[in-house]
Design a protein around this ligand. Structure first.
Ligand SMILES: [Zn+2]
Length: 172
């Protein structure tokens, strides 16, 4: 988002919580949050004003952005310019996984595609995961989709299922 949009949203926030923000603080906020598109930022600030009693931290706003991304997944490609890329289908993301021998389940991971800049639509420079190409991931022994369902004949469990199964064993 541009500085103008950011400043006006931050002003709304500061007025609402009756907080004064120094130029230094504003500069830090902007540096950490400028990757958020203006439309999303406005909505995040609205949600915070509606739901939060306290002035948000930078992390609160970043979490708000993750929620916003989740709620707007199918619109995101239209909001940002995307470069065609055969490697990641223009998503900027490469999904992969590995089998954790200790815990006996597949760990799903996501890398940022290093052949295009589409990852910028999802992550900031600081928050982005490792960059890779499919060939690099395969070379390192990772599995790429479409996944063979169950090559180790051990059920694939999600983290939630794991937590649930552990919770079953807790005697209360
Ligand atoms: Zn790509």
């Amino acid at each position: 988002m541009n500085l103008e949009k950011f400043t006006s949203s931050l002003k709304t926030l500061a007025n609402w919580y009756r907080k004064s923000i120094s130029d230094d603080q504003k500069a830090i906020f902007y540096r950490k949050l400028q990757h958020i598109p203006g439309e999303a930022f406005e909505k995040i600030i609205e949600d915070i004003v509606e739901n939060s009693k306290a002035f948000p931290t930078i992390n609160d706003i970043k979490l708000g952005y993750l929620t916003w991304i989740n709620e707007n997944k199918n619109r995101i490609t239209h909001l940002y310019e995307s470069t065609p890329c055969d490697e990641c289908n223009g998503t900027g993301m490469l999904h992969y996984r590995y089998f954790d021998e200790k815990y006996k389940y597949f760990i799903p991971l996501t890398a940022a595609c290093s052949l295009c800049e589409n990852w910028k639509r999802t992550w900031s420079h600081k928050s982005r995961p490792r960059m890779a190409t499919k060939a690099e991931l395969v070379k390192e022994g990772y599995e790429l989709p479409p996944y063979k369902r169950n090559k180790k004949s051990i059920p694939i469990v999600t983290v939630t299922e794991m937590v649930d199964s552990v919770a079953d064993e807790v005697p209360f």
